[in-house]
Ligand binder design. Structure first.
Ligand code: NAD
Length: 273
């Protein structure tokens, strides 16, 4: 069976997803529709893909794309707030990259209920993080989960939590934020989606600790997870290359979304979760 995919948000992730699908690299997936508030971004993808992919400048028209089964959201937390309820209500599955928006427990409950009532599914990939499957497996035994995210200062530019640091000349690693995942996503909305994904798989945004470090010598976007509990403990460290057009986004986030789409479309054996 073919999954007919629409892409909401045609930036760094949207472009890569569109190219992979339209090249035929994901068996069973076909790209049918694009939507972005910035028409130039969407038409740029449209030009690079086939002429059967429609671009809509109006969200309602995008939502009505004939035969669309799945929307990949790679836009922003605001786009999730605005559009996720309607997407799920329209019985479309939603693969969501801006997982930070789910730190709002009431909103998460609301869209989960809409999905359940309409037989649609909300899918959040591991994104720029590994180890989410392990966290999920031990979630009832967890006592502590800490995420330390280290980025080069340019990868933090524009975040409210980085405003007072923007003119600082960093010479080494500097902790710029410590708090929980809920506070972290408010201060760094485009940087710590991973903290929210991790917390939803584990002990929730209020109990998941997040530390953000700016380091001019960071070998990329580095995420370290430490978890302990009645199962023992583990640590993961990921040194992710930033995406070439958006240094806030790790290349792994895109690869993870591609792999998630492959498992949605695939019929073969599934290795890992
Ligand atoms: N879960 C993860 O691990 C992870 C990792 C990286 C990025 N992300 C998130 O994925 C999203 C996309 O990342 P990106 O690097 O492609 O960003 P990007 O800035 O390169 O592209 C985002 C695109 O979405 C469009 N957009 C934003 N808000 C919109 C709205 N309300 N309506 C229509 N279009 C809208 C923008 O015009 C832009 O073209 C971001 O929210 C980012 O924080 C998640």
């Amino acid at each position: 069976m073919i999954t007919r995919v629409g892409i909401l948000g045609c930036g760094a992730i949207g472009m890569e997803m569109a190219m992979v699908i339209s090249r035929g690299d994901i068996d069973g997936a076909t790209l049918v529709s694009l939507y972005d508030q910035d028409a130039k971004k969407a038409t740029h993808i449209q030009e690079k893909t086939s002429d059967t992919v429609w671009y809509y400048s109006n969200f309602q028209e995008f939502l009505s794309t004939e035969g669309m089964d799945l929307v990949i959201e790679c836009a922003s937390p605001q786009a999730v707030r605005l559009f996720a309820p309607e997407i799920l209500q329209a019985r479309l599955n939603l693969l969501m990259l801006s997982s930070g928006s789910l730190a709002d427990a009431e909103f998460f409950r609301k869209i989960s209920k809409i999905a359940e009532e309409n037989g649609s599914q909300l899918i959040v990939p591991s994104g720029a993080l590994g180890g989410v499957d392990a966290i999920r497996a031990v979630r009832h035994l967890l006592k502590e989960v800490v995420l330390t995210t280290t980025k080069p200062p340019k990868g933090l530019m524009g975040a409210p939590g980085f405003k007072e640091w923007e003119s600082v000349e960093f010479t080494g690693p500097q902790v710029i934020f410590e708090g929980n995942a809920l506070q972290a996503i408010q201060e760094f909305p485009a940087n710590v989606n991973v903290g929210v994904t991790l917390s939803l798989a584990g002990i929730g945004p209020e109990r998941t600790k997040v530390k953000v470090v700016a380091d001019p010598k960071a070998p990329g976007n580095v995420h370290e997870i430490f978890a302990r509990g009645d199962f023992g403990s583990f640590r993961f460290r990921l040194e992710n290359k930033p995406h070439i057009t958006n240094p806030r986004t790790s290349y792994l986030a895109i690869l993870s979304a591609i792999e998630t789409l492959r498992s949605i479309c695939g019929t073969g054996p599934r290795i890992g979760t």
